[in-house]
Each structure stands twice: as structure tokens, then as C-alpha cells.
Design a protein around this ligand. Structure first.
Ligand code: ASP
Length: 427
């Protein structure tokens, strides 16, 4: 019997063809055609994913929490999740700092290239510095204030308010556990059913993924020459990301779960490919949740809480990038950072990766805060902007993989990880 190509196979083909198209479009004179006729399909695909992200968080989180037997389970899961997210982020920055101090990529950048990059990206950088300043002017408790929305419809009307939506959905779910069971029953079946419908919509959108991914990658404009000048720096970041994916996560999964790493990777591959093509953990979230539940067998209770939270606050890839980039910029300017300054980078990189939005290029804006914390000139950012997009694509893959690793561990420790048989993948 002929076997049908699974969806993730089609997505991988779309990705490969998109990259080939993207790299040859300019030389074949197809840039305008690509912009007019191919790029919009990528935008439509991302819009579809973004469209479903907020309803998905609301319905699956309310449904998931209201399934919990009691509120104490939620605080146990919450405490462990935040602890693990913090631990993996600290490990990530430490790996980044170790690599950049050993490899010293800043010493490989010639004076000429440094000036060329500085000139080419001066205006881009100014707008990023302004965005970072706006963020920094807030008081220390502003993070908490920002979590509590003053208006529900205001919160759900903007995809960057994900923490506010999580807050409301948790409040609603907890209240459902505490309220009189017979009164709550119809509300519960409504959320159960609505959640099923939303997950179906995710499946429908995902059928379009091979085309969407092709279009996104075909319309990326990457300057290969500038990338070469920043080769050693990019390789240091990529090495750090690879250590996370090939050593740290497998070790964590092996220690805390019975999930074989290859099964894990095969299960979340569609989410990884999407993270790579969209550079956004938030846009990828619906698919991450879908893969976690269907392919890894993580319970809805765990995935609906741990994954949206992770997409917002856990960014291991971003934090590796921040550690390497901050020290690289110092090295390129010929400055030697003290141990104290490197520790400051560690702390601020952890905090700024938590604060970074799950959208393309968010990490680089937060990097300005890290640079300023150790007294480095934020204009150094111009040195690395040329390669930010490809590195963003890769770090987003790590961000999503990190969230899925923690979700698997939490589900494993709660006895809620039921890995389906190997040939049962659906997403
Ligand atoms: N693009 C990343 C994400 O969505 C954030 C970043 O810029 O590092 O996870």
C-alpha cells in the first residue's frame, strides 16, 4: 500500500524549496514577483496562526485548569514550571557566556568591517534604541502591573498582551473549580466543546503550512556577504543553540521523563519548522500545543498552562544570543569585561529574555538593556543587525524546544505524559 507523506514531511519540503527560492530570487530577477505574488501567502498563514492564538489560550487554559481536581495542584505545577523555566534560562546564558569567552569572536572582526556595519545599520539601530528606552523607563513593579488587565476586551484585542490573557483565563478556571459544581457544569461543557473546535481550526490552518512556510522563506532577504563577515560570531551563537538542543534538553528529558529524545523531536518537528519560518514563538504557539498534546501525549491540563506561559517568558535561545552578543560587541570595541560585568550580563540577559515579546526581532531590542547595564554603547548593536534574522529563526526554534521540554518534564512528574505509539503522529 502506498503511504501518504505526513504533514511534517510536506512542511520540510516547503521549507527546503522556500530557502532555495529565497537564495536564488535576486539573481533570477524574481524579487518583485516574489514580493507581489508569494510573500502575501506567508503573511496570510501567519495571520491565521495569530488569529487563533488568543482564543486558543483562553479556551484551552480555562478547560485545562477547570479539569484540575483542586487549586493546590495548579500552584504545584506553576511553581515547578517557573522554577524549570528559570533554571534552563540560566543554563542557556551561562553556555553562551562560556562560548563567547573561549572563542572570542569579536577579535575576528576587522576594523573596516566594523565601521562598514556601523554605517549600514545606524538608522535601524536608532529606532531600536528608542523602543528599548521606552521599556526601560518603567518602575520595578511595572511587570506585575502589566499582567493584570483593566479591561478584558482590551487585553484580548492585542496579541502582545498574552500574559494578561493567561491571567484572566487562570482566574476564570480557578473560579470554576471553586464555584458550585452543578451550576458550573454547562459552562464546563461549553469550554470543552469550544476547545475542541479551536483545535480543529489549528489543524485546518496547518494544512496550509507547507505553502505558508514556502512563502515565508522564499521572501526572506538575507545578505550572505555580511553574514560571512560575522561568521565566527554567528557560529558561536549557533554552537550555543546546538548545545542546548543536542545536549541540555536530551539530558533534562532523560533525567526526568521516559520520553526518548528522538520521539520528542519527531513529535515537535512541525512546531520547530514553524518557529524557524516565522521567528515567532507566539505565532507558533497553537502548533506547539497541538504537537504536545497529540504527538507527545502531554495532558491538556499541563500543555495549556505550561506552553503559553513558556512562549511568553521562557526564551533559552534568546538568552544564549544575548550573552554571546553582549560580550561580542565588547570584544569588537576592544574592551575586556570584568567577571562582575559578565555576571551582570547573566542576570540582565535572564531578565530581558523573560521580558522579550515572542515576536521576530524582540530579542535584539532587549539586548540594548543588557548592553546599557554593563555600560556598553548600545550603538554596538549595529554590528550584529545584519545577521539577526537568521539567528532569530534559529533561536526561536530553541525557545519553542525549551518550552516543550519543560512541558514534557512537568507532565512526566505529574503522571500526565502518555506518549502515543510511534506511528500515531497526526500533526
Ligand atoms: N523571535 C523570538 C521568539 O519569538 C524572540 C527573539 O527575538 O529572540 O521567540
Amino acid at each position: 500500500m502506498k503511504r501518504k507523506l505526513p504533514l511534517y514531511g510536506k512542511i520540510l519540503i516547503g521549507m527546503a524549496l522556500g530557502m532555495i527560492w529565497g537564495l536564488s530570487a535576486e539573481s533570477m530577477g524574481l524579487l518583485e514577483f516574489t514580493n507581489n505574488w508569494i510573500k502575501p501567502w506567508g503573511t496570510i498563514f501567519i495571520n491565521g496562526l495569530k488569529l487563533i492564538a488568543i482564543p486558543l489560550i483562553i479556551f484551552s487554559l480555562i478547560d485545562g485548569i477547570s479539569n484540575l481536581s483542586d487549586v493546590s495542584k495548579l500552584s504545584r505545577i506553576g511553581g515547578r514550571t517557573i522554577g524549570l523555566y528559570l533554571a534552563t534560562t540560566v543554563i542557556a546564558v551561562t553556555i553562551g557566556l562560556l562560548l563567547v569567552n573561549i572563542i572570542k569572536p569579536g577579535k575576528f572582526l576587522t576594523e573596516e568591517k566594523r565601521e562598514e556595519l556601523g554605517r549600514a545599520y545606524a538608522s535601524d539601530m536608532d529606532s531600536k534604541i528608542t523602543s528599548a528606552r521606552e521599556l526601560k523607563d518603567d518602575g520595578p513593579l511595572q511587570v506585575l502591573v502589566d499582567i493584570v488587565p483593566e479591561n478584558l476586551f482590551g487585553a484580548v484585542s492585542n496579541n502582545t498582551n498574552m500574559l494578561q490573557v493567561i491571567f484572566f483565563a487562570m482566574l476564570f478556571g480557578i473560579a470554576m473549580i471553586l464555584a458550585k459544581p452543578d451550576k458550573v457544569r454547562p459552562v464546563k461543557s461549553f469550554f470543552d466543546g469550544a476547545n475542541e473546535v479551536i483545535l480543529k481550526i489549528v489543524d485546518l490552518i496547518m494544512n496550509f503550512a507547507p505553502v505558508g512556510v514556502f512563502a515565508l522563506l522564499a521572501s526572506l532577504n538575507i545578505d550572505l556577504d555580511l553574514m560571512k563577515a560575522l561568521g565566527v560570531y554567528s557560529l558561536s551563537v549557533v554552537l550555543g543553540l546546538a548545545i542546548m538542543v543536542f545536549i541540555t534538553y536530551p539530558l533534562i528529558l532523560k533525567t526526568f521523563t521516559k520520553l526518548p529524545y528522538l520521539r520528542f523531536v519527531k513529535g515537535i518537528l512541525p512546531a520547530q519548522v514553524l518557529a524557524f519560518s516565522t521567528s515567532s514563538s507566539a505565532a507558533t504557539l497553537p502548533v506547539t500545543i497541538d504537537c504536545a498534546e497529540k504527538n507527545l501525549g502531554i495532558s491538556e491540563e499541563v500543555s495549556s498552562f505550561v506552553l503559553p506561559l513558556g512562549a511568553t517568558i521562557n526564551m533559552d535561545g534568546t538568552s544564549i544570543h544575548q550573552g554571546v552578543s553582549a560580550v561580542f560587541i565588547a570584544q569588537a570595541f576592544g574592551l575586556d569585561l570584568t567577571l562582575g560585568q559578565q555576571l551582570t550580563i547573566l542576570m540582565t540577559a535572564v531578565l530581558s529574555s523573560i521580558g522579550a515579546a515572542a515576536v521576530p526581532g524582540a530579542g535584539i531590542i532587549m539586548l540594548i538593556i543588557v548592553l546599557e547595564a554593563v555600560g556598553l554603547d548600545p550603538s554596538g548593536l549595529a554590528l550584529i543587525l545584519a545577521v539577526d534574522r537568521p539567528l532569530d529563526m534559529l533561536r526561536t526554534v530553541v525557545n519553542v524546544t525549551g518550552d516543550s521540554t519543560v512541558a514534557s518534564v512537568i507532565a512526566g512528574t505529574e503522571g500526565e505524559l502518555q506518549v502515543p505509539p510511534a506511528d500515531a503522529e497526526t500533526a
